[in-house]
Design a protein around this ligand. Structure first.
Ligand code: C2O
Ligand code: CU
Length: 451
């Protein structure tokens, strides 16, 4: 199938009801599959006024990029901001030079410059994209979007909804409030006020009655851990953080920290007009309403598993990572001066980097070898720990029973220790950080090197 047909057919299944058309990425020139222009734009989130956001292609929600497993995709990024940026493809196991981290994998894309990303996604599922520079502001103001990798063989769903979760830091007139403060950054982060799905407060989408529906939640927020539940007692978790799980699990509630994804499968009611609501705790996020359709009632299709390398547990080496804070510093001095090196990974805070100054890696990994990362959260806050270029196999926790699953973003609860296996099969210098954006900016960031 050529690219044009591919985009058409994915539109046919993606859009059933009231989903806004603008969530589809436009096809660009023949030369590039997608073109993302990064520029300021006024967007409408609240009825009271517009919001001076940063945008991909002039709006929010950002374009949904649809790639295909095992097929190359090309994305031209044009920076029309007044500051440098890069784009990272969160969760994709692709070569380092396309990973989108300034200085570590590429030079920043300067104002007015263009960078062409090209890669072949090995895994199918729900991923996303965002800048990796000035992240509190660039992500916080809207530069977050979904990247869907279609399965090489498409499972038979009647509808496929992409739902980006973000709490905007805005007032009722649409203007921004503070995206960060030191007090919050040293605790759980600064929450936004306006809870949205695809930029709308509690939207309702039409789905075909009696249809098998795939719902893809993506937490693209800077701060908030969503606790997702549903009014449908039969909603099934079918994939976690992009990766299908072997046995679907009935959704009771599922914690989704920044960076994490959740794919659910639901059968919509055969009766027209019935609805299912998904909530964060008791706050409604989104409602699906069944409308007349020609969907023939069948059951939820199974998803093929991704080819994540199998860890060699017998020959694995354990590496301990302690996530804590620097007890020796006064984070906020009386005179208002702030020491931003607050959070530490193995007693190091991220000192940042520049072209000629790249700090040492947190760990040096041998290519092809299996490692057991022992991730210990010695703090009283949640931390979603994300690794680039690889996917963990999460094995154990000291706080709960775990059926092993794959993830690129491991949520550590308060005082929780998780053992996650990693096959270091992708050479390069890979970022390794907390995905609460204010935490990564105040110490919880580093990288591992695979060679
Ligand atoms: Cu969403 Cu460094 O990652
Ligand atoms: Cu954190």
């Amino acid at each position: 199938m050529n690219r044009r047909n591919f985009i058409k057919s994915s539109m046919a299944i993606a859009i059933v009801g009231a989903l806004p058309q603008l969530i589809l990425a436009k096809q660009s020139s023949t030369e590039f599959d997608y073109e993302l222009i990064i520029a300021p734009a006024d967007v409408n989130i609240v009825p009271g006024g517009s919001t001076p956001a940063l945008s991909f292609n002039g709006g929010y929600p950002s374009p949904v990029i649809r790639a295909k497993q095992h097929q190359p995709v090309r994305i031209r990024v044009i920076n029309q901001l007044k500051e440098p940026t890069t784009i990272h493809w969160h969760g994709l196991r692709i070569p380092i030079d396309m990973d989108g981290v300034p200085f570590l994998s590429q030079m920043p894309i300067m104002p007015g410059d263009t960078f062409d990303y090209e890669f072949t996604p090995p895994d199918a599922g729900t991923f996303w994209y965002h800048p990796h520079m000035n992240s509190i502001e660039q992500l916080g103001k809207g530069l977050v979007g979904a990247l869907i990798v279609e399965e090489a063989e498409k499972p038979d769903f009647d509808a496929d909804l992409v739902l980006c979760m973000k709490n905007w830091h805005i007032k009722d007139d649409g203007s921004f409030t503070a995206l960060t403060s030191p007090q919050n950054a040293f605790r759980m982060g600064t929450p936004g006020r306006i809870m949205t799905i695809n930029g709308e407060m509690h939207p309702t989408y039409d789905v075909p009655a009696g249809g098998a529906i795939r719902i893809r939640f993506l937490n693209v927020d800077n701060t908030l851990v969503y606790d997702v539940n549903s009014t449908d007692p039969d909603a099934q978790i079918i994939a976690i953080d992009g990766n299908p799980i072997e046995q679907p699990i009935t959704l009771e509630n599922h914690l989704m920290a920044p960076g994490m994804r959740l794919d659910l499968g639901v059968m919509s009611s055969k009766e027209v007009g019935k609805s299912i609501t998904f909530k964060h705790k008791n706050k409604p996020l989104v409602t699906l309403r069944s409308v007349a359709s020609t969907a023939t009632f069948h059951s939820l299709p199974a998803l093929p598993l991704n080819p994540i390398p199998e860890p060699d547990l017998n020959n694995a080496e354990t590496i301990k990572f302690a996530f804590e804070w620097n007890a020796n510093i006064t984070p906020i001095h009386k005179d208002g001066k702030v020491n931003y090196n607050f959070w530490t990974m193995n007693r190091r805070s991220w000192e940042g980097m520049s072209k000629g100054n790249i700090p040492a890696p947190l760990a040096q990994l041998e290519r092809g070898k299996t490692y057991l990362f022992e991730l210990s959260n010695l703090t009283q806050y949640h931390h979603p720990i994300h690794i680039h270029g690889h996917t963990f196999t999460v094995l154990k926790s000291n706080k709960k029973a775990i059926t092993p699953f794959h993830s690129d973003t491991v949520l550590l609860g308060k005082n929780e220790t998780v053992i996650a296996a990693l096959v270091a099969d992708n050479p390069g210098r890979w970022m390794y950080h907390c995905h609460i954006i204010e935490h990564l900016k105040t110490g919880f960031m580093g990288y591992v090197e695979v060679s």
